[in-house]
Design a protein around this ligand. Structure first.
Ligand code: SF4
Ligand code: SF4
Ligand code: SF4
Length: 206
């Protein structure tokens, strides 16, 4: 059976450190002001603030990037085939084909995509990130690729490598013996906005 890549994020382990968000920016050379991977704070009025009223306060984080949906609305609306599902279940973008119409951004219920309104600015102003990641330019959309450049070389997404709490796991959802499949099975992995029918390939453990 073909592989179907997916991710599991253990919310019980996540400490909201934002390391995954920063690691993603570094590896993928994501421009200033843009994030492919964001760490949201649940039920709070602002990022990193607690929920509830003193003294009954709590804080819960929700890291969100592209969910690599099995039934991806962004793929369906792309008029030029720039957004596509690859044979290993990833939703990817051919940046050369993208015409910047942003239909995909409207279609995505997870707010996972970002648009280059200006010529991308990267600081420090020297090259960083993986040379295997295609450069993007003004007027096109970009997003998480599950670090395809690393995974294709036998590695794992950089957010998984860098998470200090080991809250993130990556693997083949079609392999019942993989760690991701086992965690989803044993801990009843949940997906975001199940009612939309998008069938995300990112699962959350509570
Ligand atoms: S790096 Fe790990 S612990 Fe830190 S915010 Fe991301 S998922 Fe949570
Ligand atoms: S999360 Fe959004 S961008 Fe990613 S596959 Fe699903 S609909 Fe497309
Ligand atoms: S912005 Fe690019 S990837 Fe998105 S729908 Fe338009 S052409 Fe496709």
């Amino acid at each position: 059976m073909a592989k179907k890549y997916g991710m599991v994020i253990d919310l019980k382990r996540c400490i909201g450190c934002h390391t995954c968000a920063v690691a993603c920016k570094l590896e993928n050379n994501v421009p200033m002001g843009m994030f492919w991977n964001r760490v949201l704070t649940r039920e709070a009025s602002s990022i990193d603030l607690p929920q509830g009223n003193y003294p009954n306060l709590s804080r819960e984080y929700l890291p969100v990037a592209c969910q690599h949906c099995e039934n991806a609305p962004c793929v369906k609306v792309c008029p030029v085939g720039a957004t596509y599902k690859d044979p290993e279940g990833r939703v990817l973008i051919n940046y050369e084909r993208c015409i910047g119409c942003r239909y995909c951004m409207t279609a995505c219920p997870y707010n996972a995509r970002v648009f280059n309104w200006q010529e991308p600015v990267r600081i420090p102003a020297h090259d960083y990130g993986s040379a295997g990641v295609p450069q993007r330019k003004r007027g096109i959309v970009e997003k998480c690729s599950f670090c395809e450049q690393l995974v294709n070389a036998g590695g794992e997404p950089f957010c998984v490598t860098c998470c200090p709490a080991r809250a993130r796991k990556f693997g083949d959802l079609n392999d019942p013996d993989s760690e991701v499949a086992r965690l989803i099975r044993e801990r009843h992995g949940e997906r975001l906005l199940e009612d939309r029918g998008t069938k995300p390939q990112v699962y959350y453990l509570r």
